[in-house]
Design a protein around this ligand. Sequence first.
Ligand SMILES: *Cc1c(COP(=O)(O)O)cnc(C)c1O
Length: 231
Amino acid sequence: MKERIAEIKNRVIRSALSCGRDPESIRIIAVTKTVTAEKIRMAIESGIQIIGENYIQDAREKYPLLSSNEVPWHFIGHLQTNKAKYAVKMFDLIHTVDSYRLAVELDAQAKKINKVQQILIQVNIGKEKSKSGITQETAFDLIKKIGGLNNLRVKGLMVIPPFYDDPERTRPYFAALRILRDRINSLLEPEDIQNIRMEELSMGMSGDFETGIEEGATLVRIGTAIFGERE
Ligand SMILES: *Cc1c(COP(=O)(O)O)cnc(C)c1O
């Protein structure tokens, strides 16, 4: 695992440099669905600095076993409103906010524990029925509205493109997310900047993170390439 992580870090650096980006502007999230706490600890000891979980229930089991390791946890799965109270307790960044209703609940739960919760907005660029996320067309209005919630900070956008074997085929989805982020930034007004800072692009997984980086990813979510195939 140590070697795999070192190799991924090298690939991140190489692809950043190949397109003139600062490698430090890209963070690797180790995606730990189905991965045991013990293996997560090994990954942290091998240089992983962010943990990404898909399921609240799994995170609630593993988090107490690992919280002494002091790395931030990100939530990358579909979040149900009734789990918002657990999410704000464990996660530094929630990548998958896709409705105002969910945002309101996260804001209320964050307020209860005196926290300002950082979030990303999940965009369903491919308009796939099977995937969560809002449409590109509604993103700006939703983000403006969420900007009125004082215990949330909108940090950027996230996408899960349709699955392809060829990473070149995901490039248009990544490019579309970057263009959308830049357009939203250009439309924001000075008073929005208190709660909305569109800096992050969460895009790219084991099979296509280099393409993601070339298109501007600041967060890449990598599971299989670190931990091996999931059962
Ligand atoms: C599982 C998962 C990943 C990681 O996928 P790999 O192909 O194993 O790297 C990334 N993002 C999300 C949202 C996932 O559910």
